[in-house]
Design a protein around this ligand. Sequence first.
Ligand code: HEC
Length: 135
Amino acid sequence: MKLKTLAVAATAAVAMSAGSAMAAGSADAGKKVFKRCMACHTIKEGGAPKIGPNLYGAFGSKCGSSDKFSYGGGYKAACDKAGWTWNEDTLMTYLKAPSKFLSDKAGKQVRSKMTFKLPGKKDRQNVIAYLKSKK
Ligand code: HEC
């Protein structure tokens, strides 16, 4: 137990010292960030949607691909007009401000049903690494 704690601390220290030089986040740290997403999302294979779609396999998928979830009008308009794939770039922009991301894609002002924003860059990098590990 103690050794494990030390190993985790060491990993965190390395991740921190690598700092901005390292573009990729840490899936371990992202798992903690994801607690803030769990009010609205599950991330299990075959998991049910909650307020938002299940996010298992979302990384690498095309917009609108969760067939069990009813996306909002703004999301659909954006996806129909400008279709995208969820990768590091699109997720970094989306998680910072979902409605702005969708509005840019739709070419008009629309609102995301996701009312949550994740402004911290490191938090976003880490949670994206976590999403990437769940596919
Ligand atoms: C308050 C509820 C809520 C929270 C908290 C929330 N989301 Fe969402 N999320 C949604 C909803 C609702 C949608 C569907 C958006 C739409 O249809 O406009 C969504 C959509 C998404 C999508 C697009 C999925 C797809 O199938 O295209 C991703 C990726 C996502 N959320 C990631 C996250 C992450 C990561 C977090 C935590 C950092 C988070 N969300 C926190 C409600 C939430």
